[in-house]
Design a binder for this molecule. Structure first.
Ligand code: HAS
Length: 585
């Protein structure tokens, strides 16, 4: 791992002293947008986490005093929407704004425009949240118990869908803002390589523009007119297909900001440098190309989708593992490099040299460790035949609490310990709580997600308020369902505690006085061991990659969607299911 030019690059300590002024002083408006986005993200985290523990205790039957089984579905919808959509995507808005300003070394293109996109996202999120809360408060005429996947035939109040549409328009405008900033930079730097963090932001947003086409068509042409009573019925298969066209790539919209952190910041926190700039670019290009033409792997059980196209989706999904395997290699190599710079030795002994007491590092590293397990349960989901065993069981929430609930969420919390001081100019408060918090999250998730996976194998369904599976134990499943439920309840409670600890640290930091002098954290990042000069220029040719991505999407979706339309998906069909009813599992 040693490198000939090791002595040429600044150590993390050196780069910190070289950077005299804090990010907040150099880019005050970008810092403000990041703070605003983080503020909304953390509020969504607080409410979503509360909903999480309430529904976990209810469905496990441990404590059922707070909500009725009817309200369980409103709480579950709120938990999913607030955490998976609003916490994650507002956080993305904040960290990408920081990354674009930092890596381009310039102010935002237009402060007013940044406030416009933030406003769209905020108003949209508020409308959607109000609709969901209506399901909890009887007198309010709103309801949106449609779960965070919100496809037909469950129907929500129109403000739920209109809010989501505004929120997504906000994300599109945010992307336009980052692209504009990039074009301004490009005019002054015609021959330079796109800085790595900006490259990651641009490829992520291009992936997002392609992916959100599905949900935009679903919402604007079907769900909104249907919920307003303008059209009487919608075709469940076509609208579900449009949903999953978006529903898989959205998971990479949650993951790619975590990878952004693992590639560009984590190596520095470990005391070293990114192993390879080129590999990082390859990974983001692969996500751009492959994230969308895989959505049918969520619909293996749906009749009406030709088997051959399910197989195409499965094949593409297996290719889509590649960027994560590359990440496992590159990020671990970078961390190992850092550990060896700190004096670590041996095959595994270097692990001890890592800064496990530094909360930003520990949280990101533990998130990565858990993602290895979550990724492997994803591989099982993706196998067409084995998916039939776990689909719609508690296994699936087990999978996604390791992925979005840890790889993304724990990384976002951990990196906030490092980033929030930079955008506020304040020192991190309650360091002791921050140091403990990633371990509490890790422990809680270990209990909860392991038990969820096992319960899923025992046949316990997901999305049900009734814990009536006491007796179901199959051959090969060790332990009883009651024991698994208890572990889920204990794990869920620890996770709630972890979220509270994080929010305490953030709130304390937000309320603290702005410090004088240097903060002790800087946004400077050391260059990669193998830098952009060794990375092929074609990787920056985003037009080429978008072209390939579009071709793959047409191959995966063209014929199935044309067949659905040909089969009468656009002509009136079955009557809508009344609000509040649940899809039979
Ligand atoms: Fe998934 C269902 C397949 C990744 C989220 N997934 C879901 C749902 C969610 C979700 C929310 O094929 C439920 C949707 C619903 O409500 O119905 N998923 C996959 C596959 C991957 C995958 C193949 N999923 C994710 C990620 C998510 C996410 C990422 C959120 C962020 N998933 C499926 C399928 C279903 C599904 C089916 C449908 C199931 C059904 O039937 O309903 C892959 O992308 C995973 C690849 C990952 C790896 C791991 C690599 C390891 C790494 C760790 C490096 C270590 C470090 C630590 C950095 C191969 C990168 C170093 C530390 C040191 C100390 C050294």
């Amino acid at each position: 791992m040693a490198h000939a030019h090791d002595h040429d690059y600044p150590t993390p300590e050196e780069s910190e002293t070289r950077e005299r002024s804090a990010f907040v002083d150099r880019y005050p408006f970008a810092a403000r947008i990041t703070r605003l986005c983080f503020g909304v993200a953390f509020t969504a985290l607080g409410i979503g986490a509360l909903f999480g523990v309430v529904q976990a205790l209810h469905r496990t039957g441990v404590f059922r005093g707070l909500i009725s089984s009817g309200q369980y579905y409103s709480v579950l919808t709120g938990h999913g929407v607030l955490l998976a959509l609003f916490f994650t995507i507002f956080f993305l808005g904040g960290i990408f704004t920081w990354g674009v300003a930092r890596s381009l070394g310039q102010r935002l293109w237009s402060p007013r425009f940044s406030l416009v996109w933030f406003g769209f996202m905020l108003v949209g999120a508020l409308m959607t949240t109000v609709a969901i809360l209506g399901g909890l408060v009887g007198e309010i005429p709103f309801e949106a118990d449609v779960l965070y996947t919100f496809y037909a035939p469950l129907q929500a109040h129109p403000i739920f869908y209109i809010g989501l549409a505004l929120f997504i328009v906000g994300t599109w405008l945010a992307g336009a803002d980052w692209f504009r900033s990039y074009f301004t930079w490009r005019a002054d730097n015609p021959d330079a390589r796109i800085p790595l963090q900006t490259f990651m932001v641009l490829t992520t947003m291009l992936m997002w523009y392609i992916a959100t086409l599905g949900v935009a068509v679903e919402t604007i042409f079907f769900l909104i007119p249907w919920s307003l009573g303008i059209i009487g019925t919608v075709d469940p298969l076509l609208t579900r297909t449009l949903f999953w066209f978006f529903g898989h790539p959205v998971v990479y919209f949650w993951l790619m900001p975590a990878y952004f952190v693992w590639y560009t910041i984590l190596p520095k926190l470990a005391g070293g440098r990114l192993f390879s700039d080129a590999l990082a670019r390859v990974v983001f290009v692969l996500f751009l190309i492959l994230s969308t033409p895989v959505g049918f792997h969520h619909q293996y059980m749906d009749p009406g989708v030709p088997e051959g196209f399910k197989f195409v989706a499965m094949t593409n999904t297996m290719f889509l593992l590649l960027p994560s395997f590359l990440t496992a290699f590159t990020v671990v190599a970078s961390i190992e490099h850092g550990a060896r710079q700190r004096g670590g030795e041996g095959y595994l002994g270097w692990l001890k040299a890592l800064p496990w007491g530094r909360p930003a590092f520990a949280g990101c590293a533990l998130a990565g460790v858990m993602f290895a397990a979550g990724g492997f349960s994803g591989i099982i989901n993706a196998g067409m035949n084995i998916n039939y065993l776990i689909h719609n069981t508690l296994w699936v929430p087990g999978h996604f609490h390791l992925t979005v609930g840890t790889a993304s969420a724990l990384t976002f919390m951990a990196i906030s310990y490092w980033l929030y001081p930079q955008v506020t100019g304040k020192r991190l408060q309650f360091r002791g709580i921050a140091q403990l918090q990633p371990y509490v999250w890790f422990g809680g998730m270990l209990l909860m997600s392991n038990a969820m996976h096992r319960a899923g194998l025992a046949g316990v369904p997901r999305r049900t308020a009734e814990p009536e599976y006491e007796q179901v134990v199959y051959d090969g499943v060790v332990g009883g369902v009651a024991e698994m439920r208890l572990q889920i309840a204990i794990g869920g409670t620890l996770l709630f505690l972890g979220a509270l600890m994080f929010l305490t640290v953030m709130l304390g930091t937000w309320l603290a006085e702005r410090g004088r002098g240097r903060l002790g954290v800087s946004s400077a990042l050391p260059p990669a061991l193998s830098g952009p000069e060794e990375s092929p220029r074609v990787l920056d040719d985003v037009r080429l990659w978008v072209g390939i991505a579009v071709v793959l999407v047409v191959i995966a979706y063209g014929v199935p969607i044309a067949t659905m339309v040909g089969d009468g998906a656009l002509t009136p069909g079955a009557p809508p299911v009344p609000v509040g009813a649940l899809l039979p599992l």
